[in-house]
Design a protein around this ligand. Structure first.
Ligand code: DHB
Ligand code: FE
Length: 282
């Protein structure tokens, strides 16, 4: 892989707002959206959601000024391409909790808006694509993929993607090489894998779009703790989408997306950490 872009070149061009706008385009391109949701289910869910909004209006005596501020803001969420960001920050963690509630294996976490399928295949001893002068603390992340009985799963797929040391994702912030800090790792005969990368930085929700405007207007903070994103899968097993965090890192206890679970916090020592994934049967 030849990657000639240096981090110094790309950093100056990266703006937060572009990440959000790209997320809408990628969602429309990459995600298969179910065309079949029954009329009964649509009616039930839409009625309850709308009724919940009615309750809020009544309980808080919402004014026309506030109603129009909401309208203006919702219009802006679309204009800024920030629906994927908004939904993944404020709703997805509950969806994940509901959908994965009966799993026995590795805990899941939200996918977020920045997954891209078909990242380069890197074998079982992998170095993620990175720039010549990629900033950040080197990290060797290794482990094993197992079934519920403790047997290693050979040829399991470990898809990994994460932000750089400035908190930006390739293909969403401009000027970063296409597959930077993204890869598809395949486990060896024992289910083992080794991934050489850097530790990502905490991620800030873009401050210059609609989501940032809400955060500022409400006086919240805009941060997620540093995290690795993963999708682990193998034939005959359920795919798990999850994230791993770093013990003691900023915002681990105060994630705006509420996606941290204690089982998903790593404690690297001397730049290395081991974490094993356990897959539920399909
Ligand atoms: C968002 C970004 C992330 O990197 C993530 O993991 C979850 C959500 C967001 O901006 O919505
Ligand atoms: Fe993320």
């Amino acid at each position: 892989m030849t990657q000639t872009t240096t981090q110094a070149e790309s950093r100056t061009e990266a703006t937060a707002a572009a990440s959000g706008a790209n997320a809408t385009e990628r969602f429309q391109r990459d995600k298969k959206v179910a065309s079949q949701v029954s009329q009964e289910r649509v009616s039930t869910l839409a009625t309850e959601l709308i009724t919940a909004a009615h309750d809020v209006i009544r309980r808080h005596g919402v004014t026309y000024d506030e109603y129009n501020a909401l309208k203006a803001w919702l219009i802006r969420v679309g204009q800024d391409g920030e629906w994927p960001l908004f939904l993944d920050v404020w709703l997805e963690h509950v969806l994940e909790e509901v959908v994965n509630s009966d799993r026995e294996g590795t805990k899941g976490s939200i996918e977020g808006p920045y997954y891209v399928p078909d990242a380069p295949e890197l074998g079982s001893d992998a170095t993620l694509p990175s720039r010549e002068d990629e900033k950040g603390t080197p990290l060797l992340f290794q482990g094993q993929v197992r079934d519920l009985q403790g047997n290693g799963i050979p040829a399991a797929k470990v898809e990994i993607w994460h932000a750089d040391d400035d908190g930006y994702y390739s293909q969403f912030a401009p000027g970063i090489p296409e597959w930077n800090l993204r890869g598809t790792v395949t486990t060896d005969e024992q289910g083992g894998f080794r991934i050489h990368t850097i530790q990502p930085a905490p991620y800030q929700i873009p401050t210059d779009g609609a989501c940032g405007a809400l955060i500022a207007a409400a006086g919240w903070h805009a941060w997620r703790p540093a995290h690795l994103h993963l999708k682990v899968s193998a034939p005959g097993f359920q795919l798990i989408t999850t994230q791993l965090y770093f013990s003691g890192g900023e915002y681990v206890g105060d994630d705006i997306a509420q996606a941290v679970k204690p089982e998903l916090v790593l404690e690297p020592r001397d730049g290395q950490v081991t974490y094993d994934f356990v897959l539920d049967p399909a």
